[in-house]
Design a protein. Structure first.
Length: 100
């Protein structure tokens, strides 16, 4: 038996191109109109970069192959959760192993 990735993904290439067209193509429904409204109001520079970064993250979530399953589990209250303390402990252990 071997393990195979559930979803093919090229690590050097994100699912959503970090560009206006890539973000727009990936967004679902009315979110695309919201994206363009914010984009048109933003001034060039940090403000525009902030809009693109925020919406790129949303577009990545919209294109996540597990999005619907995760959403359904969250609504049903069956989505596994963790605490920040558990995350920090896990990261510390991983750091200690890599330092050896």
């Amino acid at each position: 038996m071997s393990t195979q990735p559930m979803h093919r993904h090229e690590p050097d290439r994100p699912r959503v191109e970090r560009a206006i067209g890539g973000i727009s193509d990936a967004l679902r429904g009315s979110r695309r109109a919201q994206f363009f409204a914010e984009l048109l109001r933003a001034h060039q520079g940090q403000e525009l970069d902030g809009v693109l970064n925020a919406w790129w993250g949303r577009a990545m979530l919209d294109t996540d192959p597990d999005r619907d399953r995760i959403h359904a589990a969250a609504v049903a209250g069956t989505l596994p959760t963790t605490t920040m303390d558990e995350i920090l402990r896990h990261r510390q252990k991983r750091h200690e192993r890599s330092a050896r």
